[in-house]
Design a binder for this molecule. Structure first.
Ligand code: ADP
Ligand code: ZN
Ligand code: ZN
Length: 802
């Protein structure tokens, strides 16, 4: 067993395989699959993952592994298998799939240190090596004669540990600490000696007379209500000392979270949790859909199910959309499980993320709450995976590997014989269809735990506003309601529903939107050619001068930014204070939380924002929610646009009247009769599901058909079209009669960075070898991809049609 099969960190299709290396004697006992190694590759030394260890190779003249980076595998056996599966499923490179499962830090350069974790006596040669030090550079160990195997044993027993110090970019976090420089009785004497006028200094000194301990500086300033200059004055007098102390980054202070205990479940909650508990009890894999209105107590179900999993000594993964991973949300999990919870959030620094990942890896926590990539948490005894707001499209990664966290979760659920819970008030059509067919187990919660009705949703027809001479973005009703709210000292959430830069053409008189006659999808406006195009089937036409429905000449393209809305809002209601939340105001780390906190502290009357304010927020003083343009998403070139509109309206409505005060929702739209808007205003998911399914069936979209999207880009327009055409033709020959191959069609964004983009879409129901065909066909172009800067990407089950 001295051959390692290694996947090397060279992301090209020609190196997308394992390479065999000889394991040098010193590593033989300790090297296992899942560790990272350094290997010679051509003239270079590169990183690679050991995926298997065998005794023979069909190659001769193998090179040796140069170095081993990990003493405990960073990828478990399950994750190695999962990586393989993800790569196959998404047609990605193996190395890309493996890298996606690890925190960024493990991909950069670092220095290793060996740290002593025990006061017990270590083996003699180890004691000699440490020579009384708490930690040593790893190189010292390598230079010694102690074996890796021996070291590994000591790491397993917890006597030693390895730390990775990242050389660049990430620095350790240091805090300034303050402590008394003298014994308490000496401080007391000094206190008496201080002049009466030095009030601040006296106050600070008395604190240390009473508390003989070190305190973090910022915390101290808050506690004693004093300033840094006061601290400095006492340091100069030799009464206090300051020093730097390193902290292991924990982005959430566990003491900040008051502990909560399980609530007595309602009848509906009990009925929902019972089959989940059975599945946990029997170590059985099942997928559950918990379809519950906002406020029906889904989160409480998650919490209690997790408790049962923990009682069995197992672990839990909870996925939450990035944007709902607010302190409020984290709070609920930390509140129940305290320091047993790790949080994986993209807003954390790379160092913080790494520290959280290590807490999971070292088995210091049993619950992880995180965004999409937390589905790869390196737990080895997984007892449940929960996906909250399972319909959210952010669960699909839009980069290689283009995986959907729901699919990965279900795969891991099968591997671990554990349940997967999907929760949502507005499940994805695919999910609900599976639940209806009994593939997933469905439980429905249609009552809020507080017994309150959902807030009433009023639809305002913006065409009438125009006819009445109101050309602002705010209907008279909405303006009136906002003013009433402000008078009562209550707060307002306003959402501008806008996504991407795609524009559509709409008649402002009658609301008519130009759609493709073949695809039931809004045509996209192309500014340069002044044409309308369909991005599914290449249909195109000139922008009409007059509305084909009502002959008005007010037909034009659409799109407004939050900043502009804020301006007109403050003009309209000058006394209102507004917090604006969009990509611009939340770019800086922590600004998202800060704005929300300000709003929660009632520092503004109105929270104005994009989609990002629709999710997970819970403000008790908010009684009015306004949606400014409910339509704007409806006409994106995306067959899911009705579904997304329905989901978003339902979700944002849930922000109003969550507590004692009753809530109200105003939805402004130019298409009040559209079923997604009408049915959302009635909270009628079932009817919406029926209507939307009928449409999907007619136009052959998911869940009736699967999709695959191939995008080709090249700087030469003709080259891009031709290649796409060739791919489409080859595919057509390969696939069955019932499979539809569409294209070449220009991508919705037809040129990015001077590259022309075309796409080919495949709609299929049963095509078991499709991935193989696609791979084969793409390989035909491998040479051109390498030499001619041609780019071909494949997205299996795309969510992002751009
Ligand atoms: P959802 O996740 O479905 O939106 P939550 O779990 O957030 O619903 O529950 C909404 C509110 O109801 C929360 O404030 C929660 O603490 C409370 N709640 C949940 N379950 C119960 C229960 N069984 N009894 C009383 N209150 C509950
Ligand atoms: Zn019209
Ligand atoms: Zn079309």
């Amino acid at each position: 067993m001295n051959i390692a099969k290694v996947i090397v960190d060279v992301p090209t299709s020609s190196t997308n395989q394992t390479f065999d290396y000889v394991i040098p004697e010193k590593f033989i006992e300790m090297l296992t699959a899942g560790m990272r190694v350094i290997v010679p590759f051509g003239p270079r030394k590169i990183m690679g993952f050991v995926v298997d260890i065998t005794s023979e190779s069909s190659f001769t003249k193998l090179k040796e592994i140069l170095d081993v980076l990990d003493l405990t595998p960073v990828l478990t056996e399950e994750l190695l298998e999962l990586g393989k599966w993800v790569a196959e499923e998404t047609l990605s490179l193996s190395i890309t799939a493996l890298q996606a499962m690890l925190p960024q830090v493990l991909k950069s350069q670092y220095r290793k240190e060996l740290i002593r974790q025990t006061d017990d006596k270590l083996p003699d040669e180890m004691e000699t090596l440490f020579a009384g030090r708490g930690y040593i550079p790893f190189e010292e160990f390598e230079a010694s004669s102690i074996s890796y195997y021996q070291l590994q044993k000591l790491i397993e027993t917890g006597d030693l540990s390895i730390d990775y110090l990242v050389k660049s970019r990430i620095t350790k976090k240091q805090l300034t600490m303050v402590k008394p420089a003298k014994a308490t009785h000496l401080l007391e004497e000094a206190l008496v000696d201080l002049p009466r006028s030095a009030k601040k200094q006296k106050q600070l000194l008395s604190f240390f007379v009473e508390n003989d301990k070190e305190v973090e500086k910022q915390e101290l300033l808050k506690k004693v209500n004093t300033t840094a200059s006061t601290v400095k004055a006492l340091v100069e007098k030799g009464l206090l000392d300051t020093f730097q102390q390193e902290v292991l980054r924990n982005p959430y202070n566990d003491e900040d979270f008051p502990r909560t205990s399980p609530l007595e479940l309602t009848k509906q909650q009990r009925e929902a949790i019972q089959p989940i508990n059975e599945s946990i009890e029997m170590n059985k894999h099942d997928v559950f859909l918990v379809h519950g209105v906002t406020g029906s107590g889904k989160t409480e179900i998650y919490l209690q199910a997790i408790q049962n999993v923990l009682n069995k000594g197992k672990e839990a993964i909870v996925l939450v959309p990035e944007i709902s991973l607010t302190p409020q949300m984290v709070n609920r999990f930390k509140g129940r499980f305290g320091s047993n919870v790790a949080v994986m959030h993209s807003a954390l620094s790379a160092g913080e993320k790494f520290d959280e990942w290590r807490r999971i890896h070292r088995k210091e926590v049993k619950v992880v709450v995180g965004a999409r990539s937390a589905v790869f948490a390196p737990f080895e005894n997984l007892g449940i995976i929960i996906i909250d707001e399972e319909h959210e499209t952010t669960y699909k990664q839009e980069d290689q590997p283009r995986y959907h966290a729901r699919d990965v979760a279900i795969h891991r659920g099968q591997n671990n014989n554990c349940p997967v819970i999907l929760g949502s008030a507005t499940p994805a059509l695919e999910t609900y269809a599976r639940a209806s067919k009994g593939v997933y187990k469905l439980s429905t919660l249609d009552e809020r735990t507080n017994g309150k009705a959902m807030p009433e949703i009023k639809i305002i027809d913006m065409r009438n506003e125009l006819h009445a001479g109101n050309r602002t973005m705010f209907s008279r009703k909405l303006k009136e309601k906002i003013e009433q709210c402000l008078e009562k000292g209550e707060q307002v959430v306003l959402m501008l529903n806008r996504r991407g830069y795609s524009t559509f053409v709409m008649c402002r008189d009658c609301g008519h939107v130009k759609e493709c006659p073949h695809c039931d999808i809004a045509l996209t406006y192309h500014k340069n050619s002044h044409q309308l195009k369909c991005h599914y089937c290449s249909y195109e036409e000139k922008v009409p001068e007059l509305c084909p429905e009502c002959e008005s000449d007010l037909i034009r393209y659409f799109g407004t930014g939050t900043q502009k809305v804020e301006e007109s809002l403050t003009k309209l209601i000058p006394e209102a204070t507004v917090i604006r939340m969009d990509v611009d105001t939340t770019r800086r780390k922590g600004s998202h939380e800060k704005l929300l906190k300000q709003f929660a502290e009632r520092k503004a009357d109105i929270l104005l924002g994009t989609q990002m304010i629709a999710k997970g927020l819970d403000f008790e003083n908010v009684t009015l929610v306004g949606v400014l343009t409910a339509d704007s998403m409806l006409h994106l070139p995306d067959f899911r646009s009705s579904e997304k509109t329905f989901q978003l309206l339902t979700q944002v409505s849930g922000r109003a009247g969550r507590h004692e005060l009753p809530g109200e929702v105003i939805v402004q739209t130019y298409t009040p009769d559209h079923y997604s808007i009408e049915l959302a205003s009635e909270y009628n998911f079932n009817e919406f599901y029926k209507r939307e399914m009928a449409t999907r069936k007619v136009f052959q979209y998911p869940p009736y058909f699967y999709l695959a999207l191939i995008t080709v880009s090249h700087e030469n327009n003709v080259k891009a079209v031709q290649t796409t055409q060739q791919i489409a033709q080859l595919l057509m020959k390969a696939v069955g009669n019932n499979t539809v191959v569409l294209g070449p069609t220009p991508s919705p964004i037809p040129r990015i960075k001077d590259r022309y983009r075309y796409q080919c879409m495949i709609k299929y129901r049963d095509e078991p070898h499709l991935r193989k065909y696609i791979n084969k066909i793409i390989n035909v172009f491998a040479d051109e991809v390498r030499k001619n800067d041609l780019l071909i990407t494949v997205d299996m089950q795309p969510y992002h049609m751009m």
